[in-house]
Design a protein around this ligand. Structure first.
Ligand SMILES: Cc1cc2nc3c(=O)[nH]c(=O)nc-3n(C[C@H](O)[C@H](O)[C@H](O)COP(=O)(O)OP(=O)(O)OC[C@H]3O[C@@H](n4cnc5c(N)ncnc54)[C@H](O)[C@@H]3O)c2cc1C
Length: 501
């Protein structure tokens, strides 16, 4: 069988499906080629305010209104109760000492709770990827994308007038002719392997491994009076020296949980063994062991020996990788979705000649590198939670500033993820992260962070009086309007329009 299309997207996860929809809306004929079959398990589940904003921008720019309910908990529950979803009101971090029960003092030195939304209706979500990705692929088909699942590609031949992809579908040979190919198969994916590309080193990023599964019957993490949001309605991170555990609860009784740890810590815990490794980890985290006392895995444990990765080349004359195929950094800061969605927006522009390959490569690699630096500095601080929490404020300051700038229609203030292209913020973040790896004095690091985030701090971050609990307070935004070249009235109007007030 031979199929022809303007664009071939390889990899039918959420990234590939959305990319195919965008290309279709640009008027191209599109084939979407997936090795597996939906619904299927996929990891990478926790969304963020910025990711949801990018999803909304894609929906609005490319006339894809069917995506809009998926950007917020309330609309999602009303319009798509059949798509599994988790309520995410914020980011919760708890710091553990291995071998001891979790404990904290009055200053809450062992926790950091940062609210991302003021109430459930407008909250972020965890995407139950089996349902979510399946829905998107069906929607892609509905607008005219030709979808080929269970298709294993074996060859990529680039000619002056197009590309031929060859492979097998259900045991039969199949060929696709396309003008341009987009690889959405994930890190170390199809084009990286097929073209035999070199690997690129990510700055400061430690080699980390992951072990994860879905569970049922997971207990509750204790809540505390006055917390800024129900503490479990969040991406919950349990940090310890050399690694961290995530716990994400869905509305279908399933909980996603896993651990990412330096290779050294992973080897010591025996994580490559799967479930026995997970049980050994829990034995060292007694409070978490209590929460998981009655838990049962649903499906297999997955061990990922090496999480971080970057490809040395990410585009060619007739092909490009999504950011999620171009590279990956340990998921500590949930950066996969926003980077993927930014990449989809940029590739949409590239397809119509709005940006060129060099722009795409520079932005994609630059953002990945900045995430790697910050995650590297955070890993180096996992034994010192005061420094860890301060470094995390670089992330929260950059994303809350960027989100507000975009919502105020001032995208020029925040043109790159984590403001990495910003001459002051981007450079200072790089310097701070490098200084952490050089073991700079903690007081100096904290002072630098405070100074760097101040002009971008629109969310009342880094205030000692808040003792590591940050709610969403519109007064913080009003007071910071000038930092966004804006006025209190304009911020109020934006918050009302977005139903955030
Ligand atoms: C442990 C872990 C936790 C994460 N947590 C988060 C998080 O909380 N938040 C966040 O934002 N990001 C997270 N990420 C990142 C997130 O998973 C990715 O950003 C996201 O999955 C990218 O989506 P995608 O559709 O581009 O790729 P994928 O989800 O990787 O999908 C790739 C698709 O391509 C298909 N495929 C693979 N090879 C081929 C082939 N040869 N031919 C055809 N099809 C092929 C696969 O079957 C799959 O359907 C996490 C990642 C990991 C590893």
């Amino acid at each position: 069988m031979e199929h022809e299309a303007d664009i071939a997207v390889v990899g039918g996860g959420f990234g590939g499906a959305l990319m195919a929809m965008v290309a279709r809306r640009l008027g191209s004929s599109v084939v979407l080629i997936e090795r597996g079959r939906h619904p299927r398990f996929a990891i990478g589940e926790s969304s963020t305010p910025l990711a949801n904003l990018f999803l909304q921008q894609i929906a609005e720019e490319y006339d894809l209104p069917q995506l809009l309910p998926l950007r917020r908990w309330g609309e999602w529950q009303r319009e798509h109760p059949e798509i599994g979803c988790g309520l995410k009101r914020g980011f919760s971090f708890f710091h553990h000492t291995l071998g001891q029960a979790f404990s904290d003092d009055e200053q809450r030195r062992n926790q950091l709770l940062v609210a991302a939304s003021p109430r459930d209706e407008v909250a972020d979500t965890h995407w139950f990827r089996a349902d979510f990705d399946h829905y998107l692929v069906q929607e892609a088909q509905r607008i005219g994308v030709d979808y080929f699942d269970q298709t294993e590609l074996a060859s990529f031949d680039e000619e002056p007038d197009g590309v031929t992809l060859g492979g097998q579908r259900n045991g039969e040979p199949v060929r696709f002719r396309a003008g341009f190919v987009i690889d959405a198969t994930g890190p170390r994916g199809w084009l990286y392997r097929t073209l035999g590309l070199a690997r690129r080193e990510l700055p400061l990023s430690p080699a980390t491994s992951g072990l994860f599964a879905h569970f049922k019957n997971v207990g509750a993490w204790p809540s505390a009076p006055g917390e800024p949001y129900p503490v479990e309605a969040a991406a919950v991170h349990h940090v310890f020296d050399g690694g961290w555990v995530w716990v994400l609860k869905f509305n279908n009784g399933i909980t996603s949980a896993g651990v990412a740890a330096t290779s050294e810590r992973a080897a010591k815990l025996g994580l490559p063994e799967g479930e026995p490794g997970w049980q050994r980890l829990l034995a060292k985290l007694p409070s978490l062991a209590e929460q998981f006392a009655g838990a049962e895995p649903v499906g297999e444990f997955v061990f990922a020996p090496e999480l971080s990765f970057a490809s040395g080349q990410i585009s060619g004359e007739r092909w490009a990788m999504l950011p999620s195929s171009a590279g990956f950094v340990d998921p500590l800061l949930s950066t996969g979705f926003p980077l993927t969605l930014l990449g989809i927006q940029r590739l949409g522009k590239l397809l119509v000649g709005g940006i060129d390959r060099a722009d795409y490569e520079r932005q994609t690699n630059g953002e990945l590198d900045q995430v790697a630096r910050l995650v590297g500095a955070l890993y180096a601080s996992m034994g010192d939670f005061e420094q860890f929490a301060a470094l995390a404020q670089l992330y929260f300051a950059a994303v809350s500033y960027s989100e507000t700038a975009h919502r105020l229609a001032k995208p020029e203030l925040a043109g790159s993820f984590l403001l990495c292209d910003h001459p002051e913020f981007g450079t200072a973040t790089r310097d701070i992260c490098e200084s952490v790896l050089r073991l700079a004095k903690r007081d100096e690091v904290l002072a630098k962070i405070r100074a760097v985030i101040e002009p971008f701090n629109v969310a009342g971050l880094a205030e000692p009086a808040k003792r590591n609990w940050y709610s969403v307070a519109s007064d913080d935004l009003f007071a910071s309007a000038a930092k966004l070249d804006s006025s209190e009235a304009a911020v109020r109007e934006m918050l009302l329009r977005e139903k955030l007030l």
